[in-house]
Design a protein around this ligand. Structure first.
Ligand code: MOS
Length: 760
């Protein structure tokens, strides 16, 4: 495949086309899974436990059952033995299996499901289900009595080893300048605007589930396993997803329970989980702690770097993100020592949340980088330049491409970094202290096997089918755009179908892999169509292109072209005897297992990228923020953000910009607003839904500039795309912390940074 043949190869940027689904979404015409009309629907409402640890001793459903409109109440008696327990990992968020026994693993665990003729009846009855418990004292989080700490190796596919190089202890002891600090991040929840929902419809022994999902093939297989049925009889449908961010990546126990309820009742059941119940039935970003030690020469060269991370997980499941793979490879450190452990508490199992390993780990590293720059009396950008490297320090492998300092230079220029007076507290505007800070963003380039089907009609209409997921990133648009480019048709002539296991399988939409994986599969299918057309045109008995070299052929404006010579597409297709040419393609990344697509059909996604392979593959960015802190009230404002990002080919500069912008705004939330507080006595979330969970609103964000730095990388995948959906928010929290230090001289190491930490 020829990357250079893509349009605008010099800039390596795709057109900023508007979203295919934009109009549907803004007019309310997009049908989310809970909007889909289903006949004879019953409504399910979950009943959550009010303890975090122990057992349900007695459940009284009498009063609830007597309520008008109540059809049934599912308890342990209905579910135990009828479902297999989910296996943690792969497509399942947790091994916790509510209603399969009486055990309670966490607050808010489902202890009953009320089914009603309508939502209100079910909800009212749910409030009248009474439970008596045998409760035990739960362990809520770090430092709680009874938590269990263990090394995290082997717990996650991301964490195969604790990256290590050279003699850290010796180098750290000998370093003339040292940092030895701890950093922490709180529990954070995703809060997608679309609620979590499941709609289960049986037709004889065939099940269709409508549910927002980032992994329809994974869930199809996983739910079939729980229901002890043939996966071929399950169809997962997820046409639109109204925000996911990882929360709809792995399947949670509700899905199989609702399907079971529908089978028992012999009618369709829909469960839309109320926002106030969602925090304990979804996943979340676990709170983390970091111990960083860094040593440097007086000229700013880092000689020793150690990163020890700890993360909270549930009692039964070893969920851990482990971000040391990236932090250990970020700069050209002389020596590296890392370790990650997990701390088991009586909590629901955490999971992926936007930029899973990098956001908390890079926050800690980049904070330490800023502290070290201050300790060295060095400009933080120059300090990073001194430690920039084209070879990662753990195994000595080259980066496939790395444009970090280009990002710094372009962002610094646009931001006006040269106007910053490095003296702490020196910049003011009336009662406002001004702070300027910066930090690095990094995200691994993941790519996975993917299948796609593309159909080209002789009238120039194109259909792309791929069971990827429109989680708001614009994958439909980008997949359509890539097909339009390759087949030489207008973007308006392309239709893209996603989010349905009736389509060719795609990987989980996570880890920023979708544009790369789906793009590569669509390119492969389009190449198949082009080959057929070109061969036909070149080998025709008597045509304008007969005998011409296929290498010079292209498809443009409904014609097969070779230089100035053209044949109408309809003529080529008529010769082939085809009104439609259809191509199904299976893309497997270099270095991936050859049966990668067969594994997708079995519900398993295998990523390549990051630290795998001969070359390591990461996207980079540099983020600059200006903050203002009121001298009297300590109110914090963020008037300006500038980020420059290099992520290989940018498939669509508009959708890319939107992702990066959203990511940086999220980063402001992560820095200044977001935290799920836990009542340590009862291991319960206190601010348990969006109404009490702070995120930035429009008024919190003023100027925001995204710079897309051109970068060509032929090593990452045939699409040349690194992926950037999760890149934007990685650097922002540390950049804000750096700016807060610059304004006030206070180094805040525990997120979020709030007014109370800034009061002297
Ligand atoms: Mo993303 S948190 O990897 O779905």
């Amino acid at each position: 495949m020829d990357i250079a043949a893509a349009p605008k190869p010099k800039e390596n940027m795709g057109e900023p086309l508007a979203r295919i689904d934009g109009r549907l979404k803004v007019t309310g015409a997009a049908r989310y899974p809970a909007d889909i009309d289903v006949a004879n629907l019953a409504y399910a409402v979950l009943v959550p436990s009010s303890i975090a640890k122990g057992e349900v001793a007695r459940l009284d459903t009498g009063e609830a059952r007597a309520m008008p409109g109540v059809i049934d109440i599912l308890t342990v008696n209905d579910v135990s033995g009828k479902l297999d327990k989910p296996k943690f990992g792969n497509a399942n968020a947790t091994s916790i299996a509510p209603l399969q026994d009486h055990k309670i693993w966490h607050d808010g665990q489902v202890i009953a499901v009320v089914i009603g003729e309508n939502f209100e009846a079910a909800q009212e009855a749910a409030m009248r289900v009474r439970a008596d418990y045998r409760d035990e004292r739960p362990s809520a989080t770090f430092d709680s009595e009874g938590v269990e700490e263990a090394d995290a190796i082997g717990a996650t596919r991301w964490l195969k080893q604790h990256p290590k190089a050279g003699d850290f202890d010796g180098a750290f002891a000998a370093a003339p300048v040292k940092i030895d600090q701890t950093y922490s991040t709180p529990t954070q929840h995703h809060n997608p605007i679309e609620l979590f929902s499941t709609t289960a419809v049986w037709r004889d022994d065939e099940l269709t589930i409508y549910e927002p999902s980032q992994n329809v093939f994974g869930w199809k297989v996983a739910v079939a396993a729980q229901l002890k049925m043939d996966p071929e009889k399950v169809r997962m449908v997820s046409p639109f997803i109204g925000g996911a961010f990882g929360s709809k990546g792995p399947m949670t126990p509700r899905t199989a329970i609702v399907a079971l309820a529908a089978r028992k009742l012999g009618r369709a059941v829909r469960c839309v989980v109320e926002r106030e119940k969602a925090y304990s039935i979804q996943t979340y970003r676990a709170e983390t702690r970091h111990h960083i030690r860094m040593g440097a020469d007086r000229d700013g060269k880092i000689t020793a770097f150690s990163h020890q991370g700890k993360e909270i997980t549930s009692r039964p499941d070893p969920y851990v993100v482990g971000g040391t793979s990236a932090t250990a490879r970020m700069y050209g450190y002389g020596s590296v020592l890392t370790q990650v452990s997990m701390v088991r508490a009586d909590r629901n199992t955490p999971g992926y949340m936007r930029s899973p390993p990098e956001t908390p780990y890079v926050y800690a590293l980049e904070n330490a980088m800023d502290e070290m720059a201050v300790a060295l009396g060095m400009d933080p950008v120059e300090f990073r330049r001194i430690n920039d490297t084209m070879t990662e320090p753990i195994e000595g492998k080259p980066f496939s491409s790395r444009s970090l300092m280009k990002c710094y230079d372009q962002a610094a220029e646009a931001f006006g970094w040269s106007r910053r007076n490095p003296q702490v507290g020196s910049m003011t505007d009336g009662d406002w202290l001004i702070g300027m800070g910066c930090a690095t963003a990094i995200y691994p380039t993941n790519v996975a096997p993917c299948a796609a089907r593309v159909r080209l009609s002789s009238n120039g209409h194109v259909t792309v089918q791929v069971a990827s997921h429109e989680i708001g990133t614009g994958i439909r648009t980008v997949a359509g755009q890539i097909a339009a480019e390759r087949l030489g048709v207008g973007f308006d002539a392309v239709e893209v179908e996603t989010g349905d296991t009736a389509l060719p399988p795609a990987p989980v939409s996570g880890g920023s892999n979708s544009t790369a994986s789906v793009g590569s599969a669509v390119i492969k299918a389009c190449e198949g169509i082009r080959d057929k057309l070109f061969y036909s045109a070149s080998t025709a008995n008597d045509g304008p292109l007969t005998g011409k070299d296929m290498a010079n052929f292209e498809l443009r404006d409904g014609k097969v072209m070779a230089g100035d010579t053209a044949e109408k597409l309809t003529d080529t297709m008529n010769r082939l005897g085809a009104g439609v040419i259809e191509e199904y393609a299976e893309f497997v990344p270099k270095g991936g297992s050859p049966d990668g697509v067969a594994k997708l059909y079995k519900g398993q996604t295998e990523f390549q990228g990051g630290d795998d392979g001969d070359k390591v593959k990461y996207a980079f960015g540099a983020e600059f923020v200006e903050i203002r802190i009121n001298r009297l009230t300590r109110e914090i404002r963020v008037p300006r953000l500038v980020g420059a990002f290099a992520a290989g080919r940018i498939a669509n500069t508009r959708t890319a910009r939107s992702q990066l912008m959203g990511g940086m705004i999220w980063g402001v939330g992560c820095a200044l607003h977001e935290a799920t507080d836990i009542d340590r006595r009862v291991a319960r979330y206190v601010n348990r839904d969006l109404q009490d969970y702070l995120v930035p609103v429009n008024a919190d964000i003023r100027e925001l500039e995204v710079i897309l730095v051109p970068e060509i990388d032929h090593d990452v995948n045939p699409a040349g795309v690194k992926g950037l959906g999760e890149l934007g928010n990685v650097g922002t929290p540390a950049a804000v912390a750096s700016a807060v230090y610059h304004a006030t001289g206070k180094r805040i190491r525990d997120l979020p940074i709030r007014i109370d930490q800034l009061i002297a």
